[in-house]
Design a protein around this ligand. Structure first.
Ligand code: BTN
Length: 238
């Protein structure tokens, strides 16, 4: 479908802005790009900070009606990684990584809205994407983040957006129809955790073995194979 592209020089958060609009019934497909975010948000209540010009920050909002929402953020990660560069990898559940450092992140929020067709399982999905273009100060982070210019020295926000926007819309359409299944092998081909020792947030240690057909992380622990869903735990390489 067609979508409007809107650029705001500054906003608190492109996700927050589209969620506010959805609550007012504005559920047209829109891609909202921010020159700068004053209160960018990450997963698990974290902040997403970036200096103006140093990152691509946008959210795509549209009504979606998948049969199962599980795996959507992983499918988006696959799409972004493939659209950006062969060396971009994925750290479950939805970080973009370059070697052992974070390159970008995805924050998906959904709203039921007065604009959604009544009775349908459609929700307004706000797919927020932040990609570091240039090195950011590593303040407070254990590992300094990666930047797309390490791979593509000429990368800027318009070029990166042009590379990912169409594939992203097509990915959401494919996910709506086929679910996560077509993305499983493509995720596993770029999975940074594959065959690595990991620790779950409850302290359980194990070895990661890729993702299942629903996008759960398969972790072999002393108690057998666990299918870990992102709502349950976070995971870190040990
Ligand atoms: C994460 O790494 O935890 C997710 C980061 C997502 C950041 C993007 S930037 C555009 C959009 N607006 C936000 O406030 N967050 C997302």
């Amino acid at each position: 479908p067609g979508f409007t592209v809107e650029v705001l020089p500054q906003v608190d958060s492109t996700n927050s802005e589209l969620m506010r609009r959805a609550r007012l019934g504005q559920t047209e497909p829109v891609l909202l790009v921010a020159g700068h975010q004053s209160a960018g948000r990450g997963r698990l209540g974290r902040q997403w900070q970036s200096r103006p010009g140093d990152s691509l920050t946008f959210s795509l909002g549209l009504l979606l009606r998948p049969s199962d929402w599980a795996g959507l953020s992983l499918a988006v990660g696959v799409c972004l990684a493939e659209a950006l560069h062969p060396e971009v990898r994925l750290k479950w559940p939805n970080d973009l990584w370059l070697a052992d450092r974070k390159l970008g992140g995805i924050l998906i929020e959904t709203a039921s809205s007065p604009g959604a067709d009544p009775g349908a399982a459609a929700r307004y999905a706000v797919v927020g994407v932040g990609i570091n273009l240039a090195q950011q100060p590593a303040a407070g982070l254990s590992t300094p983040p990666a930047a797309l210019r390490e791979l593509l020295p000429a990368a800027d926000a318009p070029a990166a957006l042009l590379a990912v926007a169409e594939p992203l819309v097509r990915t959401l359409q494919a996910f709506e129809t086929f679910g996560f299944a077509p993305f499983q092998a493509r995720f596993n081909a770029r999975d940074v955790l594959c065959e690595r020792a990991v620790v779950l947030s409850d302290g359980t240690a194990g070895t990661a073995h890729g993702v299942s057909e629903t996008g759960a992380l398969l972790v072999h622990t002393a108690h057998g194979m666990h299918a870990v869903t992102s709502s349950e735990v976070s995971v870190r390489p040990s």
